[in-house]
Each structure stands twice: as C-alpha cells, then as structure tokens.
Design a protein around this ligand. Structure first.
Ligand code: AMP
Length: 240
C-alpha cells in the first residue's frame, strides 16, 4: 500500500465516515490530475503503475483505499464492505470524503492519477472543485472479455503489481517479478457473480461520465484489448 493510502487509512480511523477536510491547506490550484476511466478489469491498475513510473504522479485508487479500510476494520471500511461485496458502488459521500482527505497529502502537490474515481456524476462534480483534470484516459474493453480478465487476476500484497493467470503470469510461480515477494493475493470480489453486478454499475452509473468529459474535450479513448505495452504506449502518447 502507498504511504498516502496509509495516511488516509489513519485519518479515516480517527474520523470514521467523513474525514475533516483541512480547508485552506489544499494545494489544489497548482495541480493537474489524470483520470483513468474504464470498466472493472480494463487494466487501469496495471497501466496506472506504468504511467506512475513515467509521469511521477502517484496512483490514487479508491478501490485500494477502501480495501485497506475494510482490512483495518475502520468505520469507513465497515460502511463500505456490504456495497463492495455486492459489487455495488459505495455511496458518494464516503468516496468524496476519502478523496478530499487524500489530496491533502504531500505527494499530491503536483497532481495525482485517479484510478477508479470518479465513478458517478456527483463524484466528478466534487472532483472539479478539488483539482483540475487535464486528461481522462478511457481504457475500453468489451464486456465479454471482462469476466475472464477479472477471474484470473491477482496482485502482489507488497508492491501492488498486477498479474493474471493466463494473460500476465509471474515469471516464477508464486513470486512477484518486481519485488520478489511471495505475498500474492486475489480479491474477494473478483468472482464471476460479483463481476456482473460491477459491470452493471459501470454501465448504469459510470459510463455516462464519458459524455460529461467528452464535452470538456479532455477524453481519450484507448483500445484496452491489446498487449499491455501497446496500451501503455498509446496512453503516454495521449498524455503528451
Ligand atoms: P475497484 O478496485 O476500483 O474495482 O473497486 C472495488 C469496489 O470498491 C467497487 O466495486 C466499489 O464497490 C468500490 N469503489 C471503488 N471506487 C469507487 C468509487 N469511486 N465510487 C463508488 N464505489 C467505489
């Protein structure tokens, strides 16, 4: 987990569902952030790590922050868990409070790369009051490819590298290529039943955001059903 997520976790433990925003200490005005947009299993996490290496912007994944809160048993985690287990979106006020707090961390001073946020119009509106978004990168993958992609997925518990049994296996079985950790884990919600609800939530609540961002002229569509390197190359071209 990144340090910022730990800090968010600490603050959500101190102030359960609605962390206090330290108004006036925001450094938002000088920030330009990137949004990674797309259905569950599109490869946002994988690409976020690669773009992070190139741009230096920290990855801010609301899914990772929520999973950390669930593991730590905070009130935020307890409130979010039932939605996550059912493959539904966590209420906007919980998510917006997490982001408002996260953006105050020192590493966010030059902007961040949002992964899995915003997912609703109210979240996007809240984000527009927090930071300027310079690019929205939409990684597009057809629905019929999503189930296979999600069901074989696993990550390194130490450095968060993302792998897949078939499409992106580790070089040595059970060992992370990047940091040699053997702490490889699978997500509780990466199963065929929950995937269908998550895809439903994406189409109903999240995909309307594409039009919202398209009207602002900052929306870039990337074909996500290709080799990982090709996708990264196109994303970096869109950012230039
Ligand atoms: P992810 O890791 O992005 O696939 O998110 C896992 C789960 O966390 C989702 O299925 C939602 O239940 C919840 N979640 C993550 N980000 C958001 C968000 N921006 N808005 C609402 N729910 C979210």
């Amino acid at each position: 987990m990144v340090d910022g997520a730990m800090a968010t976790l600490r603050s959500s433990m101190a102030s359960p569902t609605k962390p206090t925003v330290k108004k006036g200490s925001r450094h938002a005005s000088s920030m330009e952030s990137i949004v990674l947009f797309g259905p569950p299993g599109a490869g946002k996490g994988t690409q976020a790590q690669r773009i992070m290496d190139s741009t230096g912007l920290p990855q801010v994944s609301t899914g990772d922050m929520l999973r950390a809160a669930v593991s730590a048993g905070t009130n935020t985690g307890i409130a979010a868990k039932k939605y996550m287990d059912a493959g539904k979106l966590v209420p906007d006020e919980i998510i917006i409070a997490l982001i408002e707090d996260r953006i105050l961390e020192e590493d966010a001073v030059n902007g961040v790369m949002f992964d899995g946020f915003p997912r609703t119009i109210p979240q996007a509106e809240a984000l527009s009051n927090i930071t300027k978004v310079s690019h929205v990168i939409a990684i597009e993958v057809p629905d019929d490819r999503i189930v296979d992609r999600i069901c074989g997925r696993f990550t390194c518990g130490k450095c968060s590298s993302v792998y897949h049994d078939t499409f992106n296996p580790t070089q040595t079985d059970g060992v992370c290529d990047k940091c040699d950790s053997t702490e490889l884990k699978r997500r509780a919600d990466d199963n065929a039943d929950t995937v269908m609800s998550r895809l439903g939530a994406y189409h109903e609540q999240t995909s309307p955001l594409a039009l919202w961002y398209e009207s602002k002229g900052i929306f870039h569509r990337i074909d996500g059903d290709r080799a990982i390197d090709e996708i990264t190359k196109d994303i970096l071209l869109s950012l230039n």
